[in-house]
Design a protein around this ligand. Structure first.
Ligand code: F6R
Length: 620
């Protein structure tokens, strides 16, 4: 949520910042702004709406040439998405310009103190108070190279909540200062140039050398002195260096109309990358990177999977697989609820936190709660160097590559696959499955990338179907067993992209209430399990299709190749390759992603940046 860029170096800072903001716009797009420093003066330009609005203004105004500056793209929390509330915010004396991601929880008290001292505020944001406080702290701090950092440390110590702050001071032409608590910030180190970004996408076109920052740290990037980091008390800290393994091209659209289409198309490769090097030649799991010992894994007597949104749906799928393979009880929790209901956790509990971005605040807070209760925490994450894997005991990266579209696709699919790997690894280490049983599932996993590619190759009828559904008021999604979370995921995709009311149900629940909403022509999408599924779940779902059809529903059926039982009851039939039941979500989700994307595009909506949403949700 909110994208931040800072730059110091030889290049035209405005160009670097705008390029970074373009890559970060998926984090928030309610407004955007920049501030550059030249000749001892800060020039700030900001505009409500998408980045394109700001670029239009900048094209009309000529900003002074500068080699230092900051930029911001906003997802509004305090104050509506207006020009005035857009960042950067400037101190009353004009010396400080600041951008912020997060929420300053004690801003009302701080604002009242500033107002009592005669400061006039020009916005409704929680951020503006930092600009005034930083300017005042700077005035009181003795001159010297450390002055800006010391002023930022003073201000940061007095703030509550979550924040990444990046600030420029008119009297400091060679350095920017930043501070972070609970919100993301990474440093890019180039050749004589330095970058600050909410994530590496901000500077990926310039350098792949990055520094990871910890909690409660202040960093200065300085033209001459490079990067220096301290904690809030001023003690020096050595940041962790790492190399970004995503290239700039991976974060481009590559000829597709939308990032989402590109990311959907990348799924066979993304799934293959999640599996890469983790399936041994003898059909065993090789997860050396999971830093939990075999004994720790053998001691686990309960598992929680904790996550939000699509990642929560991945957790729901994981429950079926992990319980079946390991016989360990698994509970799946929304991260935003987890810590508030006082879950029973102890040393033998494994908490699996699932997060594409690695920055979701609800998930991060749940993780910290789990650690306080002494549980072991394993992260399944896509973004290298992000906060959630850094604070977890162990991590399994999904390796999906950068996911730019706000709606998760390859991020989700690879989370599901990573959950399978964890479940199967637990079964292997604990000896609850014979070697040949594990090897058989490993073979099934190896087949997944091709199965996803086969689904993608047959999507033309889904595109046609999308055009006929674009005017629907409500679309229902049904599934049983692992098809139930797939139905939830399909409904979420449709809601967030096409703004059509959509709900996912466990097919068996339908007759307990929801069936009442079905009317003549209501589209109902049914995810049908394999005919080989256990305890005739398949037969039950076929009955459910007949029930909704008898009440006028227009049935859209997703079923395995060769499943002839569904044919008489399907108004539209979408075929997917035969896949073992527990792994089927990896193929059945894909047509639902394509459907939502195409319906949104048909309705003329912005597929990559749906209204009111942001990619990385860094507020609770
Ligand atoms: C939906 C979507 C969101 C995210 C959720 C969690 O398409 O993308 O529901 O899944 O915000 O995000 P991460 O996985 O980054 O923690």
């Amino acid at each position: 949520m909110c994208g931040i860029v800072g730059y110091v170096g030889p290049q035209n800072s405005l160009d670097v910042i705008l390029e970074g903001l373009r890559r970060l716009e998926y984090r928030g797009y309610d407004s955007a702004g920049v501030a550059v420093l030249a000749g001892g003066r800060l020039t700030t330009v900001k505009k409500a709406g998408k980045l394109a609005n700001l670029e239009k203004v900048l094209a009309e105004e000529s900003l002074p040439a500068a080699t230092i500056g900051i930029g911001h793209t906003r997802w509004a929390t305090h104050g509506g998405p207006t020009d005035r509330n857009a960042h950067p915010h400037v101190s009353a004396d004009g010396t400080v310009s600041v951008v912020h991601n997060g929420i300053i929880e004690n801003f009302a008290v701080l604002r009242a103190e500033c107002e009592a001292a005669g400061v006039e505020f020009t916005s409704e944001t929680d951020t503006e108070v930092v600009a005034h406080l930083l300017a005042a702290a700077y005035r009181k701090t003795p001159a010297g190279d450390d002055r800006l950092a010391e002023a930022m440390r003073t201000v940061s110590r007095g703030l509550e909540g979550a924040f990444t702050l990046v600030a420029s001071h008119a009297d400091e032409p060679d350095r920017l200062v930043a501070s972070r608590r609970n919100s993301p910030l990474v440093v890019g180190v180039g050749d004589g140039e330095y970058f600050l970004g909410s994530d590496v996408a901000a500077f990926i076109a310039h350098t792949s050398d990055a520094l990871e920052l910890g909690q409660d740290q202040v960093v200065v990037i300085d033209r001459e002195r490079g990067v220096s980091v301290t904690d809030f008390a001023g003690a020096p800290v050595e940041p962790t260096a790492y190399t970004v393994d995503w290239d700039a091209a991976a974060a481009e659209k590559g000829g597709y109309d939308w990032f989402m289409l590109k990311e959907i198309a990348e799924q066979p490769e993304a799934v293959a990358n999640t599996l890469l090097g983790r399936l041994g030649a003898a059909g065993e799991l090789v997860l050396d990177e999971v830093r939990l010992s075999d004994q720790e894994l053998r001691d686990v007597d309960k598992i929680f999977v904790v996550s939000c949104g699509s990642s929560f749906h991945a957790g729901l799928i994981a429950k079926y697989a992990i319980e079946h393979w390991t016989r360990i009880p698994v509970e799946v929790e929304l991260a935003s609820e987890f810590r508030y209901r006082d879950p029973v956790l102890d040393r033998s509990t494994l908490v699996i936190v699932v997060s594409q971005s690695g920055e979701t605040m609800d998930t991060l807070m749940a993780l910290r709660h789990a650690k306080e209760q002494k549980a072991r925490v394993l992260a399944i994450c896509n973004a290298n160097g992000s906060t959630i894997p850094r604070e977890s005991d162990a991590v399994l990266y999904t390796r999906a590559g950068p996911e730019v579209a706000v709606a998760s696709t390859k991020g989700f699919l690879t989370q599901v696959v990573a959950c399978y790997l964890v479940g199967l690894f637990l079964a292997q280490v604990r000896g609850v499955k014979y070697t040949d049983e594990v090897a058989a599932i490993v073979e099934d996993l190896r087949a997944l990338p091709d199965a996803v590619a086969t689904v993608l190759a047959g999507m033309e009828p889904v595109r046609e179907l999308a055009r006929s559904l674009a005017d629907a008021n409500t679309i229902l999604f049904l599934g049983r067993h692992v098809g139930y979370p797939v139905a939830l995921e399909g409904a979420l995709k449709l809601k967030e992209l096409a703004y059509i009311h959509a709900e996912g149900f466990a097919a068996g629940e339908l007759k307990h209430g929801p069936i009442a909403v079905i009317d003549q022509g209501t589209p109902v999408i049914v995810v049908v399990p394999s005919p080989s599924s256990r305890e005739s779940v398949h037969g039950k779902v076929v009955s459910n299709i007949q029930e909704v059809r008898a009440r006028g529903a227009r049935t859209i059926v997703i079923a395995e190749e060769g499943d002839e039982d569904v044919v008489p009851y399907a108004d539209h039939l979408i075929r997917v390759p035969r896949t073992p039941t527990l792994l089927a979500p990896v193929v059945t989700t894909v047509p639902l992603q394509v459907l939502a994307c195409e319906i949104a595009a048909t309705r003329g909506l912005d597929v990559d940046q749906p209204r009111n949403l942001a990619k990385s949700v860094t507020v609770e």
